[in-house]
Design a binder for this molecule. Sequence first.
Ligand code: ADP
Ligand code: MG
Length: 410
Amino acid sequence: MRQSGSPPARDRAVADFAAAFGGRPTALVRSPARVNLIGEHTDYNDGLCLPAAIDLEMWVALRPSPGAAGRGGAIELVSETEPAPARVDLPPPGTPPRAGTRPAPGWAGYVEGVAVMLAAAHGDLDGWQGAVASDVPKGAGLSSSASLELAVAAGCAHVTGLPWDARSMARLAHRAENTWVGAATGLLDQLACAGGVAGHALLVDCRDETVEPVALPEEVAIVVLDTSTRRRIVTSAYADRRAECARAARLLGVPALRDAGLGLLAEGAWRLDPVTYARARHVVTENRRVLDMAAALRAGDLAAAGGLLTEGHRSIRDDFAVSSLELDAMVEAALAAPGCYGARMTGGGFAGCAMALVERSRLDAFVPAVREGYRAATGRSSCVLPCSAVAGTAVEPFRDLCEVGPPGPQ
Ligand code: ADP
Ligand code: MG
């Protein structure tokens, strides 16, 4: 998590690289988190969402493996948050990818999954060493997993010389998370982290996987509101919601809830039990809110945009039932604070973060007011982070004239 006073993640990654591998990295990967402005639990319903890549970022300082340990060598990573390194032994050149073997436990599974999918798509990979430092909180609804997957994909692509295409890399990272790690999440996270555009939200159509940048008015800030509560994504509740949505679509006679409008929902209501009906109503109205939000942002109508956020929170709280006491308290605290246009929980739900759209010129008053309001309601501390929308995952060469450690193998 971004801590005031600690060095930036970029610098921590470089220092950790020197400590773990000796010498300097040759390149740096920057991989953003994403916040979803609106369009929650719509991705696996073939629906619409409006995320933005934000300047809470993961950085990886990296260098190709020395000498002959390159192609067919290993990917060796350390992370400041993980006690154990992740090591993925690459198959000797020409060996088919290891389909069907069991994923490594913990974070190494994400690294391995990306390497397996990349090798299946592009052939042999070169080995590399890297140190991960991240300001993206884990399990907080800001998609640290996609940030990691795309950072690893970018590292592999850079070292091996593979072409980088945001959409196909997002797909590949998504496949790694779904089929290798075993988390049945939608494509939204990876598309947003890979495809971010500075100063823009992204209108994502999860059916045809198209991404259309939507400019954010300059006078508004996206503020991430971390409740300091955490969950794990691989929960039964997430699987339950997916199953409920699939059931609603089946009973309404449509391929996916994306294909149902309010009219069809009203006509078919008698076929759905009250819970299934409520889940479907959230998805159907949420898809509408995404389009309305994109239009409001384009028109610079921040009052309308804020209203849609707040309406979206009620829908996900009452109809989809994936909020929590803390998320609700955070949204209320934000709505009561100066300069707030609207607020909602963001991400999969149950814990983690909410977000608000806030008048930039009133951030100084907004931030302490939310902290105080949330503490008064829950007794908990929180993290309130004004963010900017940034470009997606990218690699830059490492240029630093300072020595950061003893010379290591080049
Ligand atoms: P999120 O909502 O943050 O994506 P997930 O449960 O999907 O939550 O993914 C979190 C997992 O991603 C962590 O348990 C860890 O395995 C991996 N991960 C995230 N950030 C890091 C990091 N900085 N270093 C190593 N692994 C990480
Ligand atoms: Mg995730």
